[in-house]
Design a protein around this ligand. Structure first.
Ligand code: ATP
Length: 353
């Protein structure tokens, strides 16, 4: 029996509603599989925890989390209780940095029954691999002079190591999918970092002759996400470009409530962290209507990460059959509660056993 040790951090707001829902689903997955089990350990790190203890997580928190196979997180942040810079940096960003989660991956695909804002949503199924540790989001730079001469300087940092590992991850992923990688570039406007990025991409591509490639400028690429998302398979992008593309990806799916994400530690030294794209959704806390699909799809990504792809595919398949039958929460046009959607997913999983 394979047992995966999962640290669960429901966090804030609807995180405390959708994480327990996804845990129930994962327990059912384990029941139907037989050879796989999960050992869940809950951690209360959140804004409430901050109000009580003055920190989002204790100093020994990272030490404890280090021993888990992965971290399954709900949402962090509640500006009414704690300023965002404290809650995010004190928990989410701290974990991402300390555990070298250098890559962020976010899929976007048509989920049957969920209305996309696209006029002609074709059957798109893509995944963005975002370099998550450097690039445009660096702390190098500053401000000089004052008044009308004032200048702000922001430097981007692109290392060969950082760019290459994101690209290799993208190629490995594509080899299990439609075997195409698109690189997001802007070498016609950004004259140092982007030609470098293109160069590294070409070099890495040589190691994957079975994978076709193309490079597209980010402005055109963003437009294609809206007009022809079905053209893409895996897209590899720098930190800023990936940030923008993944938000478009979530938007064209129809709701932030269904979008999943993962922060990957590529060297296996530390746990990776799986968290949906949405935040704590303070406007719907306690109403029982939070969409659990984002968190459950995130659980599917966790299964894929542990090479349980058959189970991951089954799980998403069941989610899609439930949404296709109109069993939906209000954010995607339905009338069902978090519990009703979750229970239906669990029932159908049991039927597929
Ligand atoms: P953050 O800064 O943490 O991202 P936010 O309020 O900007 O917070 P979300 O918390 O994601 O972003 O909420 C944005 C909107 O989407 C809100 O109206 C919220 O109710 C809705 N929303 C987010 N997640 C869900 C979900 N799982 N189910 C239903 N609605 C959701």
């Amino acid at each position: 029996m394979k047992t995966l040790k999962i640290a669960t951090i429901p966090g804030d707001g609807i995180g405390t509603e959708v994480v327990p829902a996804a845990i129930e689903v994962l327990k059912t997955v384990s029941e139907i599989h037989g050879g796989l089990s999960f050992a869940f350990t809950d951690f209360p790190y959140s804004c409430e925890y901050y109000l009580e203890h003055g920190v989002m997580m204790p100093d020994e928190g990272l030490e404890k989390l280090k021993d888990f196979d992965s971290i399954f997180l709900g949402a962090v942040g509640n500006v009414k209780l704690v300023p965002d810079h404290i809650s995010l940096w004190g928990l989410l960003i701290k974990i991402r940095r300390e555990f070298e989660q250098v890559i962020n991956i976010r899929p976007a695909k048509v989920i049957p029954g969920v209305r996309s804002p696209l006029v002609h949503p074709k059957d798109f199924d893509l995944i963005v691999v975002r370099e998550n540790s450097e690039g445009e989001y660096s702390e190098v730079g500053g401000r000089i002079y004052q008044g009308e001469d004032e200048l702000a300087i922001q430097n981007s940092i692109f290392s060969r190591k950082g760019s290459e590992r994101a690209m290799r991850y993208a190629f490995e992923l594509a080899s299990k999918r439609k075997k195409h990688v698109t690189s997001a570039t802007k070498s016609n406007g950004i004259v140092h970092s982007m030609p470098f990025w293109d160069e590294v991409f070409k070099e890495v591509a040589k190691d994957y002759p079975a994978i076709s490639t193309d490079s597209q400028h980010i402005d055109a690429l963003a437009a294609f996400f809206v007009t022809h998302p079905e053209r893409f398979d895996v897209i590899v992008a720098s930190n800023l470009f990936g940030d923008v593309l993944t938000d478009i990806g979530a938007a064209i799916m129809g709701s932030v409530g269904i979008a999943p994400a993962a922060n990957i530690n590529v060297n296996g030294k530390y746990p990776s962290m799986f968290e949906p794209v949405h935040g704590s959704a303070p406007d719907i806390i306690g109403k029982g209507i939070a969409n659990p699909i984002g968190q459950i799809w995130t659980a599917k990504m966790m299964l894929d990460h542990f090479d349980e792809t058959e189970l991951g595919t089954l799980l998403l398949d069941v989610v899609e059959s439930v949404s296709n039958d109109g069993i939906l929460t209000p954010d995607i046009g339905g009338k069902h509660s978090t519990k009703e959607v979750t229970d239906e997913i669990i029932n159908r999983l049991k039927q597929r056993a």
